[in-house]
Design a protein around this ligand. Structure first.
Ligand code: CA
Length: 498
């Protein structure tokens, strides 16, 4: 077989699967032997981060290789203009065939359905775990069974249907393990035994901003009966009920992950049976991280590590030698260009990432990535109450600005508070329990990080909030004006839910 053969690409993406519930990332709550195989055959990325920790924006950034303010997908209520260049449209121009099967969550109808694919068969909106509806160019249909299994079946069926030698790329994008965590009955009992409780489960959020303390993502206080499937037993103390909820959450979440792990194994076995493992670039990732009781929370959105970190595993034995964990900083914005490099296809100038393909195929020394920019735009999620914010993370420090300029919706009123900052020293405080923004020992560093973030915003053509003073030395740095972000159309499902 020629070494110049272009790879087939299988990109398995899950929804809300935190790295710390994957065996090869050191999980203490479960095992994922089939996902771990990808790392064993290739590389595990230990510093892969999301640039906006939310399902829809992360998917758009993965596809377009650009930030939310460039691709226009800011929130769960901003569908994607699917005509913009993506790594899929670039691969098609380079002669690839492609498909997306499973969760799309970038809108439906009116220019929002998948474009540039030879085949698409997706769940409408969030999709269902059981007997899911699928939407394709042929219309809608219901498929009996469990979504994680069905998505794998449909993906393999598509690839098996292809003739000829042209390479192909398929996106196997699962709903699991997204809320409401509905496992298969045969997996229900696997995680009945209590799981270890995170060391930060009882975090009282002291020293953290009020912006963070106002969020409503607590396992103890904000999990619903739909999440838990039943109410806690009566007679439990507040603390006992919190632990009961955590264990119920883990039981169902990890059982959903178990089905993902089995289905990753089915893909690997299928590739092996075809003799295609060596020439396939197989990727496993999730659209963001997730709090698994860390800091007492579930969900994502915030810049804390458990939410910010994406699992990312890649194997392609023909070109990428199995090796140690990759510890450089990479983001979801970098994925598109990396895939295009592996396929020998060009990058459109709308892409803003930095391909990490060169590091994977040789030992070329490039300057390390100094840090990356993050922005969460939603100011109207009155359920989770996470406010809009932006920040900058280096290998050691994390600076966050909550601009607090009108959280809410018309019928709740808009609440504005003074802006707040946070700063974490991840080396001294890996659990992010101490906001040192006001600590004089960090004053100089704090100002330096502000300037670096401002310059990065300028480079990425994003807009600092008007409330943020111009950092010292940045007076001549041009920045964009704040865009007008659509607020969620409450009570109107709109194009996002299909
Ligand atoms: Ca997600």
């Amino acid at each position: 077989m020629s070494t110049s053969r272009r790879p087939n690409i299988v990109f398995i993406l899950t929804d809300d699967h935190a790295a710390h519930s994957i065996g090869c990332y050191g999980s203490v709550v479960n095992q994922t032997p089939r996902i771990d195989e990808i790392a064993a055959n290739g590389r595990r990325f230990d510093n892969c981060f999301v640039t906006n920790s939310l399902c829809t924006p992360s998917r758009a950034s993965i596809l377009t290789g650009s930030y939310s303010h460039i691709n226009g997908v800011y929130s769960l209520f901003t569908p994607m203009d699917a005509s913009q260049p993506t790594f899929i449209s670039q691969l098609r121009d380079a002669g690839y065939r492609s498909a997306v099967i499973g969760k799309w969550h970038l809108g439906h109808g009116d220019g929002h359905d998948p474009q540039g694919f030879d085949h698409w068969d997706v769940l409408p909106g969030q999709g269902d775990y059981w007997n899911p509806t699928f939407v394709s160019p042929e219309g809608r249909r219901t498929v009996e069974g469990y979504a994680t299994d069905i998505i794998t079946d449909l993906a393999i069926d598509w690839a098996e249907s292809l003739d000829g030698d042209d390479p192909w790329c398929m996106l196997v994008w699962h709903k699991a393990p997204h809320r409401p965590w509905e496992p298969k009955p045969e997996h229900q009992a696997l995680y009945e035994d209590p799981r270890p409780i995170p060391s930060t489960f009882w975090d009282d959020h002291r020293t953290r901003s009020a912006s963070v303390r106002r969020t409503a993502m607590g396992v103890a206080d904000h999990m619903t009966t739909a999440d838990l499937k039943e109410n806690p037993p009566s007679g439990l103390s507040y603390e006992e009920a919190a632990v009961w909820k955590y264990q119920r959450y883990m039981r169902d979440y990890l059982a959903c992950v178990h089905a993902v792990d089995e289905n990753v194994g089915r893909i690997t076995d299928w590739l092996r049976d075809r003799g295609d493992v060596d020439d396939t670039m197989l990727i496993y990732s999730s659209d963001q991280g997730f709090f698994l009781g860390d800091h007492g929370w579930f969900d994502k959105r915030l810049m804390f590590e458990e939410s910010l970190r994406m699992p990312f595993l890649l194997s392609y034995p023909r070109k990428v030698a199995a090796g140690p964990a990759f510890d450089g900083i990479v983001t979801n914005v970098d994925m598109a260009q990396t895939i295009l490099d592996a396929a020998g296809a060009g990058h459109p100038d709308t892409m803003q990432g930095r391909s990490f393909w060169p590091e994977l195929i040789d030992d070329r020394e490039r300057p390390p990535v100094e840090g990356f920019y993050y922005r969460y735009w939603e100011n109207d999620d009155i359920i989770h109450k996470a406010p809009a914010h932006y920040g900058y993370r280096t290998d050691r420090y994390k600076l966050i600005y909550y601009y607090n300029d009108g959280f809410g919706l018309p019928f709740t009123g808009f609440f504005s508070y003074p802006p707040e900052w946070e700063l974490y020293d991840l080396q001294a405080d890996p659990e992010e329990l101490h906001n040192v923004y006001g600590d004089p020992a960090y004053a100089e560093l704090r100002e330096e990080l502000k300037a670096r973030m401002w310059r990065e915003q300028s480079r990425l053509r994003d807009a600092p909030h008007h409330s943020q003073p111009v950092p010292g030395g940045c007076e001549d740095v041009e920045v964009a004006p704040m865009p007008d972000i659509p607020r969620r159309p409450w009570l109107d499902p709109g194009p996002m839910n299909g």
